[in-house]
Design a protein around this ligand. Structure first.
Ligand SMILES: NC(=O)c1ccc[n+]([C@@H]2O[C@H](COP(=O)([O-])OP(=O)(O)OC[C@H]3O[C@@H](n4cnc5c(N)ncnc54)[C@H](O)[C@@H]3O)[C@@H](O)[C@H]2O)c1
Length: 359
């Protein structure tokens, strides 16, 4: 069976390609020409992984009708992973790729007529900020996307599902925070930042929702084959609970350093301070052209308690290979060390024992 993956060389796309190849699919890996030509030292695009997995690499720019039409030819299953996932991206780009690009893809699929199901990548962030009366987030609950990236992802999902009236089956997944090898942005920033400085306020007890990238790809394929999933959307998050304090400890043990636990502080106040710093950092970045040191939209996640219902996914019979985040997070940290993205302490033993709270 021929499967097309859009955004194939990115973090999640490259894992989707590997998973489909392992499952015996004839995989077309579509991405921007610049992504297909990315050099090995690029930490965000992985064309070599797609090639090594056995996929055929094709140029696919969602803002270009011609390359999109050529890439979708004969595709039976489409995993629409491509998007601009960047909280600092201008609104015009987010809409041009995530919304208008999705329209271009579905128009091309409608014309081609070979596709039976599209698995559309949504985002778990579309529900907005968690409050005592709104968690755990349920798929049918209100959508309050809080920034322009999330607005574009929700608009993308609504648009994708509107193509069911053109005879294309559509299922959306809403991942929370995917982690795993090759994550440089999002969870990657959090883990690598903590590896450098494992620090947390002792009252940071809100849940950080993770999902192993391989489980995310396994869930996508599972749902793509499921007739009842047509027209449905699913939260995809693991079954574990981990807060910032536990995460800082886990990272410290793995890195062989002592975690720093700070006394409790009023979290809303800290978030306000960080938001101010992020605004300054954004203003500075717009002058220098560099990336902001702190991203305003990411700061808004700080200290909140994110809980997602995954009952709907589990009711389909899906079983996680990484139900709890700890083993996969440790493996991911080891992968970063092996790649030289982070460094372990040269004197790991004593500090790791201290981080664990002594033997
Ligand atoms: N990583 C996360 O934390 C996270 C969380 C929830 C949802 N998502 C969603 O998962 C998907 C993949 O995210 P990721 O983390 O792998 O991001 P990524 O940036 O690593 O990958 C995105 C891919 O899309 C491609 N792309 C960008 N513009 C394109 C265009 N015009 N035409 C074709 N391809 C284009 C990029 O080249 C890249 O390969 C996205 O849809 C994102 O919104 C990601």
């Amino acid at each position: 069976m021929k499967a097309l993956v859009t955004g194939a060389t990115g973090f999640i796309g490259s894992h989707m390609v590997e998973h489909l190849c392992e499952q015996g699919f004839d995989v077309v890996a579509g991405d921007l020409p610049s992504a297909l030509d990315a050099p090995p030292e690029d930490r965000t695009r992985w064309p070599g992984v797609c090639r090594a997995a056995g996929a055929k690499l094709v140029a696919l720019d969602l803002t270009d009708q011609e390359s999109t039409s050529a890439a979708v030819r004969d595709a039976e299953l489409v995993f629409h992973v491509a998007a601009v996932f960047d909280y600092t991206a201008p609104e015009g780009l987010l809409r041009a790729v995530n919304v208008d690009g999705t329209r271009t893809l579905f128009d091309a699929l409608t014309r081609a007529g070979s596709c039976t199901r599209v698995l559309n990548w949504g985002a778990g962030g579309i529900y907005g900020s968690p409050g005592p009366n709104v968690i755990p987030f349920q798929e049918s609950g209100p959508k309050r996307p809080s920034n322009r990236y999330l607005v574009s992802k929700w608009d993308q999902e609504v648009l994708a599902h509107s193509y069911r009236q053109h005879g294309i089956e559509v299922t959306s997944i809403r991942p929370t925070s995917p982690y795993g090898p090759r994550a440089a942005y999002g969870s990657g920033q959090l883990l690598m930042g903590l590896a450098e400085r494992p620090v947390a306020f002792s009252n940071l007890t809100g849940n950080i929702p993770f999902v192993h990238v391989r489980d995310l790809c396994r869930a996508a394929l599972h749902l793509a084959r499921l007739p009842v999933a047509d027209g449905e959307a699913y939260n995809v998050s693991d079954e574990g609970r981990i807060d910032a304090v536990a995460l800082a400890r886990l990272v410290a043990v793995e890195m062989g350093v002592r975690p720093k636990m700070l006394p409790p502080l009023p979290i809303p106040l800290v978030r306000r301070g960080l938001s101010g710093a992020a605004r300054l950092s954004r203003a500075r970045a717009s002058r220098t052209g560099a990336r902001p040191f702190l991203e305003y939209d990411q700061v808004q996640y700080f200290g909140r308690n994110y809980l997602y219902s995954i009952d709907k996914l589990k009711a389909t019979g899906f079983a996680f290979r990484w139900p709890q985040p700890e083993p996969g997070l440790r493996d991911t940290l080891r992968w970063y060390v092996d790649q030289g993205w982070i460094k372990r302490s040269p004197k790991p033993r004593a500090a790791a024992v201290a981080a664990r709270g002594g033997d």
